[in-house]
Design a protein around this ligand. Structure first.
Ligand code: SF4
Ligand code: SF4
Ligand code: SF4
Length: 272
């Protein structure tokens, strides 16, 4: 039973968040929301411990589909970056602001880019494409993320400055349009660069938050150099081209690690 300590801790952690927010905000939704996400992550962890090959994908589909279909389409919550700016400007600590604070701004200090590996609904689709690892050298176009980041901020600022009415409705439609654009661009880039995660590496505006915060992540893959035989297998299977044998925080593409554990699963010496 000792091997199930981690899933139990995770479940307790999410239940604590669920109950705290439920009581603090007097809203039953938080109890349901965080309990559901906690159960999905706990299930994935149990499956991983039991060596089920698609454990990560199960979590990704359960959480990603829930956020896209239930929160986004049914509850009309814009959980994209525009939604975050919108709620931030209105001064409401709800939905997207809580989501961003927990998963994308402060959470990465603890679990790095776990969001990108286990919950993002954009990557949930991109990970079905055929290029699990990049088949071409990395491009030097990561600066595009700053343009998309600025564009999202400008878009919402302009709505407020122009005193546009019914912004709630615009947010819902921008959620639909934004996701459609992400999927079209993400899939096109994946095929153009032969890399499922090209969108994550070059375009995604959320990485402007995720990358600097995950630099300080507590949870990181570490290499035991006394076991490593420098076979290079870990780098071959890494979708984000992380130099995982370098334990320093400055390792190549270190802030790109999505904690998918492919390197850990494929290391022949259990050095990771
Ligand atoms: S980089 Fe962006 S699109 Fe990719 S998994 Fe992370 S949040 Fe999703
Ligand atoms: S796969 Fe394992 S043994 Fe091979 S280089 Fe990576 S850490 Fe070292
Ligand atoms: S393969 Fe390893 S280093 Fe690469 S993203 Fe996954 S967990 Fe991180």
């Amino acid at each position: 039973m000792k091997k199930y300590t981690l899933p139990v801790i995770l479940l307790l952690l999410f239940e604590t968040i669920a109950i705290t927010l439920w009581l603090a905000k007097d809203n039953l939704f938080y109890l349901f929301n965080f309990s559901y996400i906690g159960l999905a992550i706990t299930l994935g962890t149990v499956l991983y411990i039991r060596k089920v090959p698609y454990a990560r994908r199960v979590v990704q589909l359960l959480v990603g589909a829930y956020m896209l279909l239930y929160l986004g389409l049914i509850c009309n919550e814009n959980m994209q970056i525009e939604g975050f700016w919108y709620y931030l400007f209105t001064g409401v600590f709800e939905a997207a602001t809580i989501h961003y604070a927990a998963a994308k701004i402060f959470g990465p200090l603890l679990f790095g880019r776990g969001w990108c590996g286990y919950a993002c609904w954009t990557a949930m689709v991109l990970d079905f494409l055929p290029y699990k690892t990049a088949k071409m050298p990395r491009k030097r176009i990561g600066w595009i993320r700053y343009i998309t980041f600025a564009a999202s901020l400008l878009f919402v600022s302009a709505l407020f400055l122009a005193h546009v009415g019914n912004i709630e409705k615009i947010m819902f439609w921008s959620f639909l349009a934004g996701n459609l654009i992400y999927y079209v661009v993400g899939i096109a880039l994946a095929f153009a660069f032969q890399d499922n995660r090209a969108f994550c590496k070059y375009i995604c505006p959320v990485t402007v938050f995720l990358k600097p915060m995950s630099y300080y992540a507590l949870l990181r893959i570490q290499c035991d150099h006394t076991k490593c035989v420098s076979c290079g297998k870990c780098k071959q299977v890494c979708p984000m081209e992380v130099d995982v044998t370098d334990n320093s925080r400055k390792r190549k593409n270190g802030t790109e690690c999505i904690l998918c554990l492919e390197c850990v699963k494929n290391c022949p010496k259990s050095a990771l």
